[in-house]
Design a protein around this ligand. Structure first.
Ligand SMILES: Nc1ncnc2c1ncn2[C@@H]1O[C@H](COP(=O)(O)OP(=O)(O)OP(=O)(O)O)[C@@H](O)[C@H]1O
Ligand SMILES: [Mg+2]
Length: 315
């Protein structure tokens, strides 16, 4: 710009003042341009994400009306549920019932359909056949908000927002007091690792929660679900990253929730966890219920050697 501008000035079009002005403006244009170039490498990533968002926007809206929840209990019932991702059916006529005040373990090999079943209960997708009901009311016969109000769901892929851990827990119940949030964090066994963080519960979680370990992220997600205090609790592998001591504490908390009459379903591979607090085991195999049996004793303090029917259920 300088040499070309100088030639223009020597030829008297434009004036020196114009040249200085254009020079200053070019600096303010140049820097953002250089910064924009630094993003060039991310453009393919962004276009992939935009494609995915467009695909999601093109999806049919979920079958749901604006009705409120009028169910007479919080019994969860799957009746002959069939579900396919695109053309591939992954659940082939699943029927099961989860009574109130019980803690059910959902087990099965990787890919057997456990997470899909949990996602269907929170109405991530519409079914290809059959029915899911809550307290006798079809989940498609209520608004998504009404269903959400009744279910606390911790997914297998825990995601935290890039805000404080406090705010991440508060999402479970936005009008909760600070005491309630701290108490939920304590119940989810977050106390010890929060004490190690420089700002405790007010520490930033980082993008997607990257400042925390997998087990710590799980406990924050669990605290969010405990704070929400919904009548139905669905935990997908929410204890897999915990050590034995923390797992036992969490199982005690879940036991208390069950005793309060909540319907709790936990997807897990953890034998120890099942023995410590579950009443019922459902095993999925290739998208079908292979076994559906109660735990043999009401006293869950028995050791694995004393729980013969559990041994017969491959986890
Ligand atoms: N979004 C998806 N699109 C297409 N197929 C999927 C999708 N999610 C899961 N599947 C397929 O559906 C089947 C059941 O998956 P699901 O995640 O329910 O299994 P899972 O029992 O939870 O396994 P894991 O124990 O590994 O978590 C698998 O074969 C999987 O490949
Ligand atoms: Mg899963």
């Amino acid at each position: 710009m300088l040499p070309v501008g100088t030639i223009f000035v020597i030829n008297a079009t434009p004036s020196l003042a114009d040249l200085v002005l254009v020079f200053c403006l070019s600096l303010s244009v140049g820097m953002p341009l250089l910064k924009a170039l630094a993003f060039a490498g991310k453009i393919p990533q962004l276009s992939y994400k935009i494609d995915e968002i467009e695909k999601a926007m093109d999806n049919e809206p979920l079958k749901s009306n604006g009705n409120s929840f009028i169910g007479n209990s919080h019994i969860v019932k799957f009746e002959n549920v069939r579900f396919a991702y695109k053309d591939r059916e992954v659940l082939h006529g699943v029927s099961l019932e989860l009574p109130e005040g019980t803690l059910t373990a959902l087990v099965g090999e990787s890919g057997s359909g456990k997470s899909t079943l949990a996602k269907l209960l929170v109405h991530y997708y519409d079914l290809n056949g059959g029915k899911i009901s809550l307290g006798g009311q079809d989940i498609t016969d209520m608004s998504i908000e009404a269903l959400n109000d009744n279910i606390s769901y911790v997914s297998q892929e825990q995601f935290l927002f890039n805000t404080t851990l406090y705010n991440n827990i508060l999402i479970g119940k936005p009008d909760a007091s600070r005491e309630e949030v701290l108490s939920a964090a304590e119940k989810a066994q977050c106390g010890e690792f929060l004490a190690r963080l420089p700002k405790g519960i007010d520490t930033l979680a980082g993008d997607g929660g990257k400042m925390l370990s997998g087990g710590e992220r799980q406990r924050i997600s669990l605290a969010r679900a405990i704070l929400k205090n919904a009548p139905v609790i669905v935990l997908d592998e929410a204890t897999s990253g915990l050590d034995l001591a923390h797992m036992k504490q969490v199982s005690q908390q879940l036991k208390k929730l069950k005793e309060m009459g909540k319907t709790v379903i936990v997807v897990t591979h953890d034998n120890e966890f099942i023995i410590s607090c579950c009443d019922h085991i459902i095993r999925l195999e290739n998208g079908c219920v292979a076994e559906n049996c109660p735990m043999p004793v009401s006293d869950h303090s028995l050791s694995p050697e004393h729980t013969p029917s559990l041994v017969s259920v491959p986890l």
